[in-house]
Write a protein of this length. Structure first.
Ligand code: NAD
Length: 397
C-alpha cells in the first residue's frame, strides 16, 4: 500500500508505519543524548505505568522513563490496529515501534489497548503489574479523550470545548482549509461543565491510584503526575477559564486527595503544567492551532521552542526526579514558563492582534505547524519514502 496523508478537518485519518517509527527513533535519540541530565538524579523510576502512552506527552513520558532511566514501562492506550486495507492509528504504529526498540535494547515494554476509564482495563493492568513488575513507582496520567463511560453507572459523558459564563468571539485558524476566520462560541451550560469535568477531571486519575493501592501495586514513595495546560490571557477564554479549564482545576483537587488518601504509602501526586504543542488533542480545540502557530514563530525566534520530548525530559530531570524541585503555589510542576512569561506573551499578543488571512503565512510559523501536524501521523518525516509500497500491518510484540 502507498500511504499518503488523508487530512479531514483537524484530523488525519490514516498514518504511516515507517514515519511513526522514525518519530519514535528521533525521540529515543534525543533522550539518549540527554543522558547526564537523568543520571544526576538519585531516586530513579524503575517500574512505570503510563496511562495514555501512545502519542503526544504520554509517549514522550514512556520514552523518557525507558531511555532516560532504563525503566520497565507498562502502557495503556486506545488505538486501532491496521488491516490489509486500512492503516492503523499513529498511536498503534508508535507503540509497535517502541516495543520493537525497547525489546531489542533488552527492556521490558508491554501495552494494554482498551478503555482506560473502565474497571476491566484497570484489572488487566493490575494483573500485568503483579505478574511482571510487582509494584509501580511512577504513574503518569496523560489521557486526552472526548468521552468517558462511568465505570459504575455506564453513563457516557461527553466533554465540550466552550467558554464559561459568556459567549466568546475570536479568530481561529482552519488547518484543513488554510483559512483564518471568526468563531462565535456560546457559553456552556451547567450540565456541559459537569460532563467535561467527568471526562477530563481528576476522578479517573484517583480511581487508578485507588485500584493500584487496593491491589498492593503501589511502591512506597510512588510518584504520580497528571498533565495540564494553564496558558495565559489569549487562551483563557477557551481553555483556562473554559469548560476544559474547569476539568483541569479538578486535577488539583484530585492531586491533593491522592496525597491524603495514600499518605501511608507516601505517594506524591503533582499536576504538571506543560506548554502548548501540536498533538491530536490540541488540534481539536478552537483557537489553539492559530495560537500555537504564533507561539512557534515567537519561541523559535527566541530559541526556546520545545516539542513533547524536550518538555518531558525537563519535567523528569528537573522536577519529578530532582531534589527540592520547585512547584507553584498549588504544588504544580510548571514546565510552561518559556511560553507564559510576560515578555513572550506580549510578542504573541502583538502578532495575534495583527494576524489576518493575508499575512498569516508571514506572521505565523505556518510551515512548522503543518510539519508537526503531519508528523503526528508519521508523514513529512525525513528519510521516509512516501511513494514506496509499504505493508500497513505492524504487530505489538
Ligand atoms: P494525545 O491525543 O496525543 O494523547 C492521548 C492519549 O490518550 C493517547 O495515548 C490515547 O491512546 C489515549 N487515550 C485516549 N482515550 C483513551 C481511553 N479511553 N483509554 C485509553 N487510552 C486513551 O494528547 P496529548 O496532547 O499528549 O495530551 C495528553 C495530556 O497532556 C492531556 O491531559 C492534555 O490536556 C495534556 N496537555 C496537552 C498539551 C498540548 O498542547 N497538547 C499541553 C499541556 C497539557
Amino acid at each position: 500500500m502507498v500511504i499518503q496523508p488523508k487530512v479531514r478537518g483537524f484530523i488525519c485519518t490514516n498514518a504511516h508505519p515507517e514515519g511513526c517509527a522514525a518519530s519514535v527513533d528521533n525521540q529515543i535519540a534525543f533522550t539518549q543524548s540527554q543522558g547526564e541530565r537523568f543520571a544526576a538524579n538519585a531516586n530513579q523510576p524503575k517500574n512505570v505505568l503510563v496511562i495514555g502512552c501512545s502519542t503526544g506527552y504520554g509517549l514522550a513520558s514512556r520514552i523518557t522513563a525507558a531511555y532516560g532511566y532504563g525503566a520497565k514501562t507498562l502502557g495503556i492506550c486506545f488505538e486501532k490496529a491496521p488491516t490489509e486495507r486500512k492503516t492503523g492509528t499513529a498511536g498503534w504504529y508508535n507503540t509497535a515501534a517502541f516495543h520493537e526498540r525497547a525489546h531489542a535494547d533488552g527492556m521490558y515494554a508491554k501495552t494494554l489497548n482498551g478503555d482506560a476509564f473502565s474497571n476491566e482495563l484497570k484489572a488487566q493492568a493490575i494483573e500485568a503489574i503483579k505478574a511482571d513488575l510487582g509494584k509501580v513507582d511512577l504513574v503518569v496520567y496523560s489521557l486526552a479523550s472526548p468521552r468517558r463511560a462511568d465505570p459504575v453507572s455506564g453513563t457516557v459523558f461527553k466533554s465540550t470545548l466552550k467558554p464559561v459564563g459568556q459567549a466568546y468571539t475570536t479568530k481561529t485558524y482552519d488547518t484543513d482549509k488554510d483559512l483564518i476566520h471568526t468563531v462565535e462560541l456560546e457559553p456552556a451550560n451547567e450540565q456541559e461543565i459537569h460532563d467535561t469535568v467527568k471526562v477530563m477531571g481528576g476522578e479517573d486519575w484517583e480511581l487508578w491510584l485507588d485500584a493500584l493501592a487496593d491491589a498492593g501495586c503501589l511502591a512506597e514513595g510512588c510518584e504520580t503526575t497528571a498533565y495540564t495546560y494553564i496558558g495565559k490571557e489569549l487562551t483563557w477564554p477557551i481553555y483556562g477559564q473554559a469548560t476544559i479549564g474547569k476539568a483541569k482545576e479538578d486535577l488539583d483537587r484530585a492531586a491533593a486527595a491522592i496525597r491524603t488518601k495514600h499518605a501511608q504509602l507516601n505517594v506524591d501526586a503533582h499536576v504538571s503544567s506543560l506548554k502548548a504543542l501540536v498533538t491530536q488533542a490540541s488540534s481539536a480545540i478552537p483557537v489553539m492551532p492559530l495560537y500555537i502557530s504564533l507561539i512557534y514563530k515567537v519561541m523559535k525566534e527566541e530559541g526556546t521552542h520545545e516539542g513533547c520530548i524536550e518538555q518531558i525530559a525537563g519535567l523528569f530531570a528537573e522536577r519529578l526526579y530532582a531534589d527540592n524541585a520547585e512547584t507553584d503555589e498549588t504544588r504544580r510542576y510548571r514546565m510552561d514558563g518559556k511560553e507564559t512569561n510576560d515578555a513572550t506573551q506580549a510578542k504573541i499578543k502583538a502578532l495575534w492582534d495583527q494576524v489576518t488571512q493575508e499575512n498569516f503565512h508571514e506572521l505565523a510559523d505556518y510551515k512548522g505547524y503543518h510539519q508537526d501536524f503531519l508528523q503526528l501521523f508519521g508523514f513529512a518525516m525525513d528519510g521516509v519514502d512516501y511513494d514506496a509500497d509499504v505493508d500497513p500491518i505492524r504487530e505489538w510484540k
